[in-house]
Design a protein around this ligand. Sequence first.
Ligand SMILES: [Mg+2]
Length: 197
Amino acid sequence: MSNQIKIAIDIDGVLRNFHMGFHKVLVSLGRYPAYKEPPAITEWVLRNFYNISAEEFYYIVFNSHHTGVIFRDAPMYNGARDFINSLCDEYQVGVITSQTHRSAYPTLEWLAHHDITRPSIHILRFDLGEKDKTQFGYDILLDDKPSNVQQFLDAGLGGVLYDQPWNQEADMFRVDTYSEFQNFIDDLGPNPSYPGI
Ligand SMILES: [Mg+2]
């Protein structure tokens, strides 16, 4: 470990294609036509693209027998494992994800299934009201959710938004690709000043 910077990486929307896991289950339930292309998700509220209520979304995704299928079977984004392994070669790395009592364990299985074995793992239970991703002592977070990035910035830490079609509204420092993030980290000096602080 040549560098003591501690890097936190979000899972859903950064490493795991949660949207596709959700989409496949909605198709299997007959709630979205199998012959149609998946919708282009251009806003944060995914359920708007499937015409389901907030209550039903929460039930299907986080508190039903579909939960395990969604979170275990969602594909890994191309290059995600190599990205994590490459970061782990140089830095202290943890994944921080926000899940419920039903989605936490399938998330651990997903990491194991995809052979993402090197980072520390932190799971916030948002069904218990836990939402502070800064509490684990990391210096910088890569996340697709603007409010999570903002938590780090507000704490005087580094926050980088992972560019996705559903977070285009946020005016924050962002990266498009894993290699762009890796280059950004590699270019930080020993006493970094982070953008946006
Ligand atoms: Mg996310």
